[in-house]
Design a protein around this ligand. Structure first.
Ligand code: GLC
Length: 734
């Protein structure tokens, strides 16, 4: 039985039972429900312990959404099990990854969307069992089903974000390049990496610290032998523009006198087993307990722990293993001992078990283990983990942000990556796409996920550039660095034991090409940042699949081209040995094609709509700037904020009128929310054969201080193309 309530115009909430308060939806839901006799679009089947929603798809219906999933952009033809899983082998048939985003769009004879706020497993069978039926199974009688009876996808997303919150805004430096590896073992290695970037003139803003910085993988510790004078080390790197981003894993090592363990045990902050004992699971440090993030007290305790780092000027983190990943539980281990006597007495193996893969893999992330522990929810009730499984990573982020940063660094912007996530996670943090491989196919996987995640509110996201597992060839890393330059999170990461992937780990020519790509990325930051801030304030995705802007069968099938902001369509080369690629130019607009290699070199041509093969040598990526849209570029720098940007160049193909809103703020604090930002409205207009250029400053006043935030740019250069490819140049001092 469902009751219903109109929560926003054309958004109806259907509620059954007493749903667990996931906090995915921040809009207040009143008690004002009506009984619901009808359920639009779906046939609803009620069983003893579950519901099924069946939708009959038209043969030409497309289904989009579901956020972090493998397989095609159009979700039809596969079964998806939304149950967060640490699965490092991302092959197309897999139905679960790290996050759960039960939010889908139907785009066909009927157009609507729906979101199911239920944190246990949900199975979406989208034309898998029966090619024309979508069956969604929710194994519960307590959940919320939101129906967006809206045709326009932008409007659906806007409403979805009004319900779940607007996407978070990381610091401006997070548009810079970020370098990671599992692991840089000590401070000297990290210092050398930093030095190589600067010596080689390759811009870089962040270096990550993977699990080896910790003492015996104990969370909130630093191994002082490998990282002596940690505070000075962090300070010195910061002076040179490098932000350190430490990994934080939830499993707390069971070890007497280790303060995090002792505090957690004493205060009952850990998840319990059925007998009320702290639940035991092995992860990197060996046997651990899991903090009970569903409990407010435990969240508060955990959130304050980040102070250890924030006091040292480290504001950005990487919450990992929070599905939570389980290598094995004690119960699982004991079963294995029955088969392999040689394991007896070795239950505290931790990381070694990961290396002894064959024996252990079968035990990892076992559903029975997830069923065997419990949370103490904020309302005092005891909840079996399995029913709220998909919340663990999101609630870890809530501990980090709402109970941590909001108290200890309230006005500071931070970059917080998490591996696991749920609906609503995007408003406080983001995710990266987990353990991909240095496989060509995984570039396409990244593009699909990037578009689907943007539709689910994760505007700022990205994958491990160059691939995490397996070895990358120079060609693959170059092509992937080009794609990565057009994804918000631009982080190169690789796994222990694989080939090194930093730009200087390759031959000179490869390094030179990577330097040029990274510089191109930095030079585009004035565009990317302006467009990102606009997309957050307008609640419109930053990355857009072509089907968001154009109609027709042809564009609906395009997965490897997408809009980066409103002006640029990227078409990365993502196949081995290719020297170019086919590109579809949609709509009625002309496009200014920039086959880009260096930020200050132009290889421009004008294209009409249609299908084309575009050449792109190994050092080139085809970019298409939409007619009557503009981009802004500047000189690149070693790191974001190294120098004030005083001059930008505006590029575009203008046949009528084009406008661009250039945006500036301090890039570090949340003061922009109070008006501490400035904009310049840049207009180029063609009248007859003449071009008119204008810049209108909009410098906002901070209502608290009365101060006006002044634009740093002083000069705007124009490089405008007409439809014949002629360049019209101009400069305006402002
Ligand atoms: C997990 C993460 C990966 C990290 C590794 C070691 O596999 O997904 O990014 O490098 O753990 O911490």
């Amino acid at each position: 039985m469902f009751k219903k309530q109109m929560v926003l115009d054309d958004v109806i909430l259907f509620r059954t039972g007493k749903p667990f308060n996931t906090t995915a939806v921040i809009k207040e839901i009143t008690d004002d429900f009506d009984n619901s006799e009808d359920f639009p679009y779906f046939e609803v089947k009620e069983y003893e312990n579950y519901y099924e929603f069946v939708y009959e798809m038209d043969k030409d219906d497309y289904v989009y959404g579901l956020g972090e999933q493998l397989g095609a952009l159009n979700k039809r033809g596969k079964e998806y099990k939304l149950y967060s899983t640490d699965d490092p082998i991302h092959t197309p048939e897999k139905g679960s990854l790290y996050g759960s985003h039960p939010f889908a769009f139907i785009d066909g004879s009927k157009k609507f969307a729906f979101m199911i706020d239920f944190p246990g497993e949900i199975v979406f069978d989208i034309g898998y069992t029966h090619k024309d039926l979508m069956t969604v199974k929710v194994p519960s009688k307590d959940f919320d089903f939101y129906l967006f009876d809206i045709e326009d996808k932008y409007e659906v997303i806007k409403k979805y974000l009004e319900l779940t919150g607007s996407p978070f805004v990381p610091p401006k430096w997070s548009w810079g390049f970020q370098q990671c590896r599992w692991s840089y073992p000590d401070a000297d290695t990290i210092n050398n990496i930093a030095e190589s970037f600067r010596k080689d003139g390759i811009p870089c803003d962040a270096i990550y610290m993977d699990i080896d910085y910790m003492k015996d993988y104990k969370v909130f510790t630093v191994d002082e032998e490998k990282f002596p004078n940690f505070e000075d080390f962090a300070k010195n790197l910061k002076k040179d523009g490098f932000k350190l981003v430490p990994i934080i894993d939830p499993g707390v090592k069971i070890e007497d006198n280790y303060s995090v363990y002792e505090e957690g045990k004493e205060n009952n902050y850990f998840c319990k087993d059925k007998d009320g004992e702290d639940f035991v699971a092995a992860v990197w440090p060996g046997l651990t307990h899991f903090p009970d993030f569903l409990n407010k007290e435990a969240r508060k305790w955990w959130g304050e722990k980040y102070k250890f780092f924030t006091d040292k000027g480290i504001y950005s983190f990487w919450n990992d293993m929070n599905e939570p990943s389980i290598f094995y539980s004690l119960k699982g281990f004991n079963k294995l001992v029955e088969i392999g006597e040689n394991l007896r007495g070795n239950e505290d193996m931790g990381i070694k078990s990961f290396l002894a893969k064959e024996q252990m893999f079968d035990m990892a992330n076992n559903r029975e283990d997830y069923k065997s522990f419990y949370h103490r929810a904020d309302d005092g009730s005891t909840v079996n983990h399995d029913l709220v499984h998909n919340l663990y990573g999101y609630f870890m982020a809530k501990a980090t942000v709402e109970e941590g940063f909001d108290n200890i660094i309230p006005n500071q912007r931070y970059l917080l990556l998490s591996r696991s996530s749920y609906l609503g996670h995007h408003r406080i943090a983001t995710i990266w796409m987990g353990d991909n491989m240095s496989w060509w196919d995984h570039m396409l996987v990244q593009m699909r996920m990037l578009q689907s995640l943007n539709m689910a509110g994760f505007f700022y996201t990205g994958a491990d550039v160059g691939g995490f597992g397996s070895n990358a060839s120079p060609e693959l890393v170059i092509r992937w660095m080009q794609l990565g330059a057009f994804t918000p999170l631009y982080r190169n990461h690789s796994a222990l034991g694989t080939r090194e992937q930093e730009p200087f780990a390759f031959d000179e020519e490869t390094k030179d090409i990577m330097r040029d790509i990274i510089r191109l990325r930095y030079s585009l930051i004035p565009y990317s940042y302006s467009e990102y801030m606009k997309s957050v304030s307008e609640l419109r995705p930053f990355i857009k699949p072509l089907h968001m802007d154009y109609e027709g069968k042809r564009v609906k099938e395009i997965e490897d081209q997408y809009m980066y902001g409103d002006s640029i369509m990227v078409a990365p080369v993502h196949t081995q040995n290719a020297k170019g690629r086919f590109v579809h130019l949609p709509g009625d607009d002309k496009w200014l094609c920039w086959v880009a290699s260096k930020y200050d070199e132009r290889k421009m041509s004008i294209y009409f709509p249609g299908d084309f093969y575009v050449d792109a040598d190994l050092n080139e990526i085809p970019l298409f700037i939409k007619e009557n849209k503009l981009i802004t570029i500047s000189e690149p720098m070693n790191y974001v904020g190294e120098k004030e940007i005083e001059e930008i160049t505006v590029i575009g193909l203008v046949t009528d009128k084009a406008e661009f809103t250039y945006y500036e703020d301090d890039g570090e604090t949340k003061d922009y929310q109070k008006g501490k930002f400035a904009e310049a409205l840049i207009t180029v207009e063609k009248e007859g054969n003449e071009y008119k250029f204008s810049v209108e400053k909009d410098e906002h006043e901070n209502p608290e201080t009365g101060e006006t935030y002044e634009l740093a740019i002083k000069r705007i250069k124009f490089e405008i193309y007409d439809e014949h490819g002629n360049i019209i140049e101009n400069t305006i001092e402002i």
